[in-house]
Ligand binder design. Structure first.
Ligand code: SF4
Length: 311
């Protein structure tokens, strides 16, 4: 470490205070204790993951990582010029039928690694010039990831930590991340129950997600961008589905009316029928351009303006 972290030299990540006070160790202990009757996420499986039992997400005792790499195709404020330092975690607590990474999320492709090994990988991402540590699908490995961040921070990690999740989160778990995560990046996938049940086996998705996003925003506020790079705050993603499968208006109304009109919302058009999507009438094709433009119009009409093409 030469003390120069890309061009965020003045930046101090959220977790440093808790690392310096030792409070992060209490959080880690509490998070690991939740694995004994796992209620890390809203599936509340109750299995003892510390004893090797496996719940809905298929994650066991050890953390499984698919890859660690700089990623240049993330949102521009994360990718910057040095890339976003992505850690792709295997398995998932949502397991959508149209998953674009099903080999990683459903089949668990990856290798078991220790928290110490991941901490060293985080430091490598910092060394090569990445702008953040981007934890992709982190929910089910929250205890391991916080421990890895603590180890890395004690060895010099100073990059913002991004919690890049599906939005299906327990508020109790998120409360334990308060002061540790710098940037929350949740999807808001559905604004209704039918699609959430059909495609993700989670009819309560929207209600759970709304509570989670309120808590995330309470912790970090709107996204703060300094010299084109995101430092802190909430970055929401919404993937438009064909045939209004995502109930986009309800999602955008929630963001505009209950979170903030200053929310940074990446409205995504890249849906492709992957994995088992062809078995489901309605999501068995890509999104038509007019469907996507329609959602952009809705967002503009609600007064949202950040994170998507606004002309
Ligand atoms: S993290 Fe996995 S085992 Fe734990 S409650 Fe969620 S789905 Fe179940």
């Amino acid at each position: 470490m030469n003390g120069k972290i890309n061009y965020l030299t003045e930046f101090e990540p959220a977790y440093l205070e808790l690392v310096n006070s030792g409070e992060i160790d209490n959080r880690i202990e509490t998070l690991y204790s939740k694995l004994e009757q796992c209620d890390i996420c809203p599936r509340n499986c109750g299995v003892n993951r510390l004893d090797g039992e496996i719940g809905y997400c298929q994650a066991g005792t050890d953390m499984v990582v698919s890859s660690v790499q700089p990623h240049f195709w993330e949102e521009a404020p994360l990718a910057g010029i040095g890339g976003s330092g992505t850690v792709f975690l295997a398995n998932c607590n949502l397991r959508c039928v149209y998953c674009q990474n099903y080999d990683i999320s459903h089949e668990g492709k990856g290798n078991s690694i220790t928290e110490e090994q991941l901490a060293d990988s985080m430091l490598w991402l910092q060394r090569i010039g990445c702008h953040n540590i981007n934890l992709v699908t982190p929910t089910h490995y929250t205890p391991h990831l916080v421990k890895a961040v603590a180890i890395a921070a004690r060895k010099g990690l100073r990059l913002p930590v991004v919690y890049n999740c599906s939005g299906y989160e327990n508020v109790e778990t998120l409360e334990l991340l308060d002061g540790i995560v710098d940037i929350y990046m949740p999807d808001i996938k559905y604004g209704g129950t039918e699609s959430a049940k059909l495609y993700s086996d989670a009819p309560d998705y929207f209600e759970v997600c709304k509570q989670a996003v309120r808590e995330m925003h309470r912790q970090v506020g709107d996204l703060v961008i300094d010299r084109t790079i995101a430092l802190h705050g909430l970055l929401i993603r919404h993937l438009v589905l064909p045939n209004n499968g995502a109930d986009s208006l309800q999602v955008l109304e929630f963001i505009a009316n209950e979170i903030s009109r200053e929310s940074y919302v990446n409205i995504m058009s890249q849906y492709r029928p992957a994995y088992r999507a062809l078995e489901f009438e309605g999501i068995d094709r890509s999104v038509y351009i007019e469907e996507y433009y329609n959602v952009l119009d809705m967002a503009r009409g609600l007064g949202l303006r950040r994170g998507f093409p606004n002309e």
